[in-house]
Design a protein around this ligand. Structure first.
Ligand code: ADE
Length: 226
């Protein structure tokens, strides 16, 4: 998979991609992540990337030309399956969306700022708009990092135990059951007896029951369409 991220704040994205699972996935050549600074494509002598909005009102709007220049250049080099715009008014990011995007080959992600991008970019280039939640971030970069992390961990070979993404919370519309490790007792707080017993049928049953209980208590909305 290849991911191209278009941003005016490339430094914000360097950290999340240069550690742990995302760095390892790139080292193993399972994913290529390229960050493009939109400012480098501005032909304005001050490298401006925003302007006042037509009709008046507070807040700047990201201009078309530099964004179109990066997208046109990338489009001329390879075919993209999706050009995603990170925006609070996009489709909510859910596990099913991550699963779907993880099956794509090449994707571009555009990070917005200020009041957003000129609507014509959205109309003519963007194929999908994604929000990471019902709150407003200062820009799309942190959202893009969330999207990339949630997608890349699903790529075959990225996680050591390939089955572990399948047992994640949400993959079956259930939250994960509680987990424990050593010691078996701390401060008098005990690990549930069944997990210590080695009866794997009983353990599976306990985990299923716990997952269902947790989901009913915390996210009953996940159970609604079943
Ligand atoms: N940009 C600003 N807020 C955002 C959000 N909630 N999700 C994605 N991109 C954003």
């Amino acid at each position: 998979m290849r991911i191209d991220i278009l941003t005016i704040l490339p430094k914000l994205l360097e950290g999340p991609f240069s550690d742990s699972i995302l760095q390892r996935a790139q080292d193993k050549k399972l994913v290529e992540i390229h960050i493009h600074n939109i400012r480098d494509y501005s032909t304005d002598k001050h490298h401006k990337v925003d302007d006042y909005q037509y009709g008046g009102g507070a807040g700047m709007v990201m201009t078309i030309e530099p964004i179109a220049a990066v997208i046109d250049k990338l489009n001329s080099e390879r075919e993209y399956d999706e050009i995603i715009y990170m925006t609070p008014d996009g489709e909510l990011l859910e596990q099913s969306v991550c699963n779907e995007i993880s099956l794509k080959g090449n994707i571009m992600i555009l990070c917005g700022h200020y009041k957003g991008v000129d609507e014509r970019i959205r109309e003519h280039y963007i194929t999908r708009e994604i929000s990471i939640g019902s709150y407003v971030l200062s820009g799309g970069e942190l959202g893009a990092a969330v999207l990339v992390d949630s997608v890349v961990r699903l790529l075959p070979g990225v996680l050591n135990d390939e089955t572990s993404a399948l047992t994640d919370s949400f993959q079956d519309n259930l939250l994960s059951p509680p987990v424990y490790t050593r010691p078996p007792e701390f401060n008098g707080w005990k690990v549930p007896e069944v997990l210590l017993g080695g009866n794997f049928q009983a353990i599976d049953k306990w985990r299923e029951d716990q997952a269902l209980k947790r989901t009913k208590e915390r996210r009953p909305d996940l159970l609604k369409d079943e």
